[in-house]
Design a protein around this ligand. Structure first.
Ligand code: HEM
Length: 70
């Protein structure tokens, strides 16, 4: 995946997921995990970010956020 900015990267990532249903974006997940670990993020902090991140997602997408997605 060769992209030049964050917006293109998000779009290319979404397209990859849609084209490959059932597969996990392992390379991306690994990079994100390494980034958080290198920054010293700890397990206890994740529920806080999850809560507020999803509150924002629900605010923007409303009823489209089903329990299955959340
Ligand atoms: C549900 C939990 C979380 C998700 C989905 C998430 C998602 C992400 C993603 C996608 C990135 C970009 C990674 C990259 O550059 O490749 C990132 C970076 C980052 N995250 Fe998280 N994150 C979560 C939790 C947290 C927590 C708990 C903290 C700290 C309290 C945190 C702090 C950061 C910081 C400091 C960066 C780097 C930002 C930068 O490079 O400017 N994240 N996160």
């Amino acid at each position: 995946m060769t992209v030049s900015n964050a917006s293109e990267q998000s779009s290319a990532f979404a397209t990859t997921l849609v084209k490959n249903p059932g597969t996990l974006p392992e390379e991306l997940m690994s990079r994100i995990a390494h980034k958080h670990t290198s920054l010293g993020v700890i397990e206890e902090q994740y529920p806080i970010v999850y809560e507020h991140l999803f509150a924002g997602i629900v605010k923007v997408f409303g009823d489209a956020v089903t329990p299955e997605i959340a």
